[in-house]
Design a protein around this ligand. Structure first.
Ligand SMILES: C[S@@+](CC[C@H](N)C(=O)[O-])C[C@H]1O[C@@H](n2cnc3c(N)ncnc32)[C@H](O)[C@@H]1O
Length: 216
């Protein structure tokens, strides 16, 4: 590659990185609880990055991932499985669900679990749920076979379901994370575009844009 070309591509990468910053959903974390298949971790990270979710936490008792963030970002397996999204995404791992819940609660995050089944006291469908009510929100996705754990359900505000119309029990982890996070991020970006503060305070005179025009 010619030096000028490489410079230009670095500049365009920087330009894109600066542009997307304004569209990222602040204080929104996706949690993957005890994923078995590393491919699913890669898919969720890709979805998180593409949809402008701020962070991903992985509860990883099987120790699939390295501990430190810089190691996670540089991990070649994760880079491949997430088509490099891991390089651009904040990913943090936890040894246990309890550790993750303690960390979230200490930082005033409200959790919502997702499941195709009724879990806990409050259950809502995705399209009927207000994801803008809480300033800090963590959305949980469960293990491929067991789903979300009882402790995560107990310490969550609600359980959210994507309505199902087929003969099968559930969607897979990667697909459901894409559908749920699209709706959550859309609602929160609309909120951020209109208000600067929580509880619908600090209304902007002119709403910020909520989409980036696709490149030709
Ligand atoms: C393959 S599913 C797990 C199925 C598992 N047998 C169960 O009981 O939940 C993996 C994860 O995807 C998400 N998921 C799958 N289908 C969903 C749906 N219809 N609504 C909400 N979340 C869903 C949940 O987070 C679930 O824990």
């Amino acid at each position: 590659m010619e030096p000028a070309e490489s410079k230009k591509s670095k500049a365009s990468v920087r330009k894109r990185a600066d542009l997307i910053k304004n569209f990222r959903c602040k204080n929104l974390i996706a949690i993957i609880e005890d994923p078995e298949n590393p491919r699913n971790i890669g898919t969720v990270i890709r979805n998180v990055n593409a949809l402008g979710v701020e962070k991903v936490y992985v509860i990883d008792p099987r120790r699939v991932l390295p501990d430190a963030w810089d190691e996670l970002r540089a991990d070649p397996k994760l880079a491949k499985l997430s088509v490099s999204a891991a390089k651009w995404t904040f990913v943090k791992r936890f040894d246990s669900t309890k550790d993750c819940l303690d960390h979230l609660e200490k930082n005033h995050f409200v959790s919502m679990v997702t499941s195709p089944h009724v879990k806990g006291k409050t259950n809502t469908f995705l399209h009927e749920t207000d994801f803008t009510e809480h300033a800090k929100l963590a959305v949980w996705f469960g293990n491929e076979s067991k789903g979300v754990s009882d402790i995560a359900v107990q310490r969550s505000e609600r359980c959210v379901a994507i309505p199902m119309f087929g003969m099968i029990e559930s969607l897979n982890l990667g697909t459901s994370s894409g559908i749920v996070l699209y709706e959550v991020a859309k609602q929160r970006r609309e909120y951020q575009s209109k208000y600067r503060l929580r509880d619908r305070r600090g209304e902007r005179a002119t709403p910020l844009p909520t989409v980036i025009a696709p490149e030709a």
